[in-house]
Design a protein around this ligand. Structure first.
Ligand code: SPV
Ligand code: MG
Length: 540
């Protein structure tokens, strides 16, 4: 890539008329480059205007520099900074040049006025010009300060602006050439190019000549070409474009009170992202960020009424019974959310219209009265979009509350199938509660630590001497065993519409799949009775 300083030199020295366009921030600079311009004018007027201040050195030179840095970073073409008067004397000029080079700014233009300057189009003739000798010293100092030979200093002559004639313009231009300037910017506030053309004729080719046709905009561009002008600067046309369209759209929005009025005529948000280079960051994230945890889909079975709760579930399913101020299901969803699982499908059945939490996907088992848990799971699996196939699946119940570490343990498992088993099963036996008791490849104990324990059998009628725990209702299936799960659930429900989750787990074992057992003790609650509802309040 050719250095920006060299690129700008090439523009100055090319034998064609070149054009550079004003920009005033990163995004406008990018837009200028994308339009095909080979250079950018860092306009003092536009830079101060975008800060909302006057073109009178009200913005400090470092504030100008900060914005230039964004402009330079956003582009690959050279920037010619409108450096006003150099922000001080020769000493300030030297520091400016060094700082510009550090930010890869290709060139600076300084004008022969006094600090603080005023824009040339505001009472130009009242503006005092700099002492020629002093200004020449500033040019020399700048040239001596630059490290890159191709960095350019453009000397701007304000003689015409201040009401002087061609003679003064020539005198100054020649002095600045001798002081080492790389080009002369001859400015004029006339609506015709006469001053500029007269100067160029007299000047010849002593140095490249740069012009700013803001006031003599109606001049056919070919006249500049024929006169041998080096660079024409379109000096403020991006900020004026922005101002005009912002004013128009702000007024429309104020009047219409609807975004419809402007939506089709403004840049889409994705165009902002494109200009910002958002896609590049996404690629980089793939390369440099650690892989995120596996994507997980949770399926919560919540189709049944829960008759045991009597009146409480007359008009709503058990999952919607309030506990500590919110439905049971909301606690379950919170539990998932708290470990980062937010793709959740809830299977509804009884009084499904009352199951209405937001940010949840729903699958309906409309035959909930005549079918079992697996039929509900099957409804959920069928509802999932194909892009869900790469996710791990966690299945649990809408009436089972849990502390989040239980879910965390399950999510950490790398097994194809994993279940969480409570070692404290005797409590359920003593109370005569319904439970899915499990026999495992090893009982819980210290020597079980670090062992891969798997499910042998699950049953509500398991003999106590073979019982090692009680299933908590949590099952996780790895993403590459989702297909197997889908098929098995389908065939089991076809054979028995009443099939339960325990039938699925036993079928997996019978098919030779290992179902990994994760032992825990307590910190979960299956809501079956009114007493459980009261207990549940204590869990939170
Ligand atoms: C600028 O763009 O800030 C200029 C050109 O200096 S002019 O406004 O015409 O003086
Ligand atoms: Mg300016």
């Amino acid at each position: 890539m050719t250095r920006k300083t060299t690129q700008f030199r090439n523009l100055l020295n090319s034998d064609r008329l070149e054009f550079i366009l004003e920009a005033h921030n990163g995004i406008s600079a990018k837009i200028v480059e994308e339009a095909g311009f080979k250079g950018i004018w860092g306009s003092g007027l536009s830079l101060s205007a975008q800060y909302g201040v006057r073109d009178n050195n009200e913005a400090s030179w470092t504030q100008v520099l900060d914005m230039l840095e964004f402009m330079s970073d956003a582009t690959t073409i050279p920037i010619l900074l409108d450096g006003d008067t150099g922000y001080g004397n020769f000493n300030n000029m030297q520091r400016l040049v060094r700082k510009l080079e550090q930010r890869d700014i290709a060139a600076v233009c300084i004008e022969d006025k006094l600090f603080p300057k005023t824009n040339s189009f505001i009472k130009g003739t009242a503006q005092p010009l700099a002492d020629i000798e002093e200004f020449c010293g500033k040019i020399k100092a700048g040239k001596d300060a630059q490290g890159d030979d191709d960095f350019s200093i453009v000397a701007r002559v304000e003689a015409f602006i201040a009401g002087w004639g061609l003679k003064e313009a020539m005198r100054r231009a020649e002095a600045y050439r001798k002081a080492g300037a790389d080009a002369i910017l001859m400015h004029s506030a006339l609506s015709v190019p006469d001053e500029i053309l007269a100067f160029k004729k007299e000047w010849g080719d002593r140095l490249p000549v740069v012009i700013v046709p803001t006031k003599y905009y109606a001049t056919p561009t070919d006249q500049f070409r024929e006169a041998g002008i080096s660079i024409a600067i379109w000096a403020n046309h991006m900020i004026r474009t922005a101002i005009a369209s912002m004013q128009k759209n702000a007024a429309t929005l104020m009047a219409e009170e609807s975004l419809m009025a402007i939506e089709d005529s403004i840049a889409p948000v994705k165009e902002i992202f494109r200009l910002q280079g958002a896609a590049e960051l996404q690629e980089a994230e793939k390369r440099y960020l650690p892989k995120r945890g596996k994507a997980v889909r949770a399926v919560i079975l919540a189709a049944s009424r829960g008759k045991e709760l009597g009146e409480l579930t007359e008009k709503r399913p058990k999952a919607m019974v309030p506990v500590s101020g919110q439905p049971l299901l909301a606690h379950v969803v919170d539990g998932y959310n708290s470990v980062g699982v937010k793709d959740i499908t809830v299977v509804r059945g009884y009084a499904k219209e009352t199951v209405n939490l937001s940010n949840i996907d729903y699958a309906d088992n409309d035959n909930f009265e005549s079918t079992g848990e697996l039929a509900s799971l099957s409804c959920a699996l069928k509802s999932l979009a194909s892009e869900d196939a790469g996710k791990e699946l966690v299945v649990s119940y809408g009436d089972v509350l849990f502390k989040k570490h239980i879910l965390q343990l399950l999510l950490e498992s790398h097994a194809d199938f994993s279940i969480v088993v409570d070692t404290n099963w005797s409590e359920s036996v003593n109370k005569g509660r319904f439970a899915d008791y499990v026999q495992c490849s090893r009982p819980y104990g210290r020597d079980a630590f670090g062992q891969e324990i798997s499910l042998t059998e699950m049953s509500e009628h398991l003999p106590e001497k073979r019982t090692h725990g009680e299933w908590t209702g949590f099952l996780k299936v790895s993403s590459d065993h989702r297909l197997l799960l889908d098929k098995l659930v389908e065939s089991l429900t076809a054979a028995n519409p009443d099939a339960r989750m325990s039938d699925l787990l036993n079928a997996l074992v019978a098919n030779g799949e290992r179902v990994r057992v994760i032992y825990t003790t307590g910190y979960w609650l299956d809501i079956d009775t009114l007493e459980d509802v009261v207990l549940a309040g204590n869990l939170f």
